[in-house]
Design a protein around this ligand. Structure first.
Ligand code: ADP
Ligand code: GLC
Length: 469
């Protein structure tokens, strides 16, 4: 089966968050299944991976976006070094940027990507079995192949839409229709509409053959809380499912991870984590004899990042400084500023504002606990990386977090808390402190977490079953 994954991100080519990790791993694991040929198509970015690898141009062409004629190049990575064929779509001025998101004209950017991919496949007469669209950025593909005559060759190709994050839907004004590929005159344009705007995520849900959320827990939540699309998912429920993400256990392996100061497995986790923690604490001026709590992620409302300043100072004050906290991330200015102030005041708190892949690995390996006060968490990968590196997750009971982390009081090896409030999170931190001081229990939790199997093997198969249906 020939599957093309269409995405804005793919690790290690370009990563902003978990979408990249998923698209960099899922096809690799799918290709281990007999009869599967999964590929990835993404925009060209000005990134080290692109410059450091060998690409051949497989297509040159032009598309019209409104009054503009855009030059399209498609490049294929020669060595399939990632475990799948990787195609990059380049359009000077739109798809040749430093980063996937954050540009004022991103609607044009995402439209051009979708248009160019379909133009290339049509021109080369490539008819995949499945087009797998990730998030709203590629959500118009199912509509386009059915309603734009120039992609006639692709009509009837099956489409899957994966919702990694329903908070972002890509709404645009109707004036943008002028920049779409030419649409058949008979088309009922209401399929593009949701609440008076063109809504690519809503269109994906309406037009795809099947869609899924990245965990069962999140899929259930979408029926009641989906930024206005609740009614739509209820209407389209026959096409819906939840498939939990896996993690790439080859990339995320404390036994072989090159970023760590000391590699370790479940059998020598106490010693291994201690060495890593000592190094990290020394670097950030923290006392390694205290338990270390970490947070890694985007400073956004959905992650509960605005709660972090209160969580930090209340945890330190209420425990009389009996713990250390390290935070790696960036985003909302207000949160960055408040956390920076706190890091000046408290020697128990270290802050690194930025995106640092190597540091995230070090924190997963060194921390005793990882805290995730998410308001919304479609799946969440951090808790799974933490567990694989012997770090006990403290998570708000929501979405994918509730599917992956069970509280120790109900037989699991993590800590759950109920509300996305600083009070609930701090209460969970204090529970964690008690656990930390029960050495036997703590050792058992570290080991149990490390032995959980979150590899992609099972979920990659679940996607293949969905394609087969
Ligand atoms: P999301 O995609 O919503 O941000 P996920 O939990 O699915 O959340 O994935 C986040 C991914 O991004 C993980 O691989 C995590 O380690 C990584 N990450 C997030 N913030 C940073 C950061 N500041 N530096 C390094 N890695 C980060
Ligand atoms: C999104 C979600 C996150 C999920 C990731 C990968 O970014 O916010 O919860 O893990 O996609 O599916």
């Amino acid at each position: 089966m020939n599957v093309y994954h269409l995405s804005m991100e793919c690790f290690p080519v370009a990563k902003v968050g978990g979408l990249a990790d998923v698209v960099g791993a899922l096809p690799k694991y799918q290709n281990k299944i007999e009869g599967m040929d999964a590929k990835v198509v993404m925009p060209w970015y000005n990134k080290p991976f692109v410059h450091d690898h060998d690409f051949e141009t497989v297509f040159h062409g032009y598309i019209h976006q409104g009054p503009n004629m855009l030059r399209v190049h498609v490049m294929k990575e020669r060595g399939s070094v990632l475990g799948f064929d990787l195609f990059l779509v380049q359009i000077p001025g739109l798809l040749d940027r430093d980063n996937p998101y954050g540009y004022h004209d991103e609607s044009y950017q995402f439209l051009a990507f979708q248009h160019a991919v379909l133009h290339w496949l049509t021109a080369m007469k490539i008819r995949p079995d499945v087009l797998h669209c990730h998030d709203y950025h590629t959500g118009l593909i199912p509509f386009m192949i059915e309603n734009c005559p120039e992609f006639g060759v692709l009509k009837g190709v099956k489409t899957i839409g994966t919702i990694h994050n329903g908070e972002y839907q890509g709404q645009m004004k109707w004036e943008m229709l002028e920049f779409f590929p030419w649409i058949n005159g008979n088309t009922d344009l209401r399929v593009l509409d949701w609440s008076g705007y063109i809504n690519p995520l809503a269109t994906m849900i309406k037009c795809c053959d099947a869609f899924n959320a990245v965990s069962g827990g999140y899929m259930e939540e979408l029926y009641h809380s989906f930024k206005g699309l609740e009614q739509l998912v209820r209407q389209e429920h026959q096409k819906a499912s939840g498939i939990i993400n896996g993690i790439d256990t080859e990339v995320w392996d404390p036994k072989t991870d090159d970023y760590l100061d000391y590699n370790f497995g479940a059998e020598n986790a106490q010693h291994g984590k201690w060495i890593n923690k000592k190094e990290l604490c020394e670097e950030y001026g923290l006392n390694p004899d205290l338990p270390l709590f970490g947070f890694i992620g985007r400073f956004a409302g959905e992650k509960g990042a605005d709660l972090l300043p209160d969580i930090v100072w209340q945890s330190i004050q209420q425990t009389y400084g009996a713990l250390n906290i390290i935070i790696l991330g960036s985003g909302e200015r207000h949160t960055e500023e408040k956390l920076s102030e706190l890091s000046w005041h408290y020697s128990n708190f270290a802050l690194d504002l930025g995106y640092k892949e190597y540091l995230s690995h070090k924190i997963y390996a060194s921390a005793d606990f990882l805290i995730m006060p998410s308001r919304v968490e479609p799946c969440g990968l951090n808790q799974m990386y933490a567990m694989r590196y012997g770090t006990v997750p403290i998570v708000r009971y929501t979405g994918g977090l509730r599917d992956t982390v069970q509280d120790i009081s109900s037989g699991g090896a993590g800590i759950n808390f109920g509300e996305a409030t600083a009070a609930d999170a701090v209460h969970a931190v204090k529970r964690a402190l008690h656990i930390y001081h029960e050495k036997d229990l703590m050792e058992r939790l570290v080991k149990t977490n490390m032995e959980f199997d979150f590899s992609w093997d099972k979920s990659a198969g679940n996607y293949v079953n969905l394609y087969s249906k």
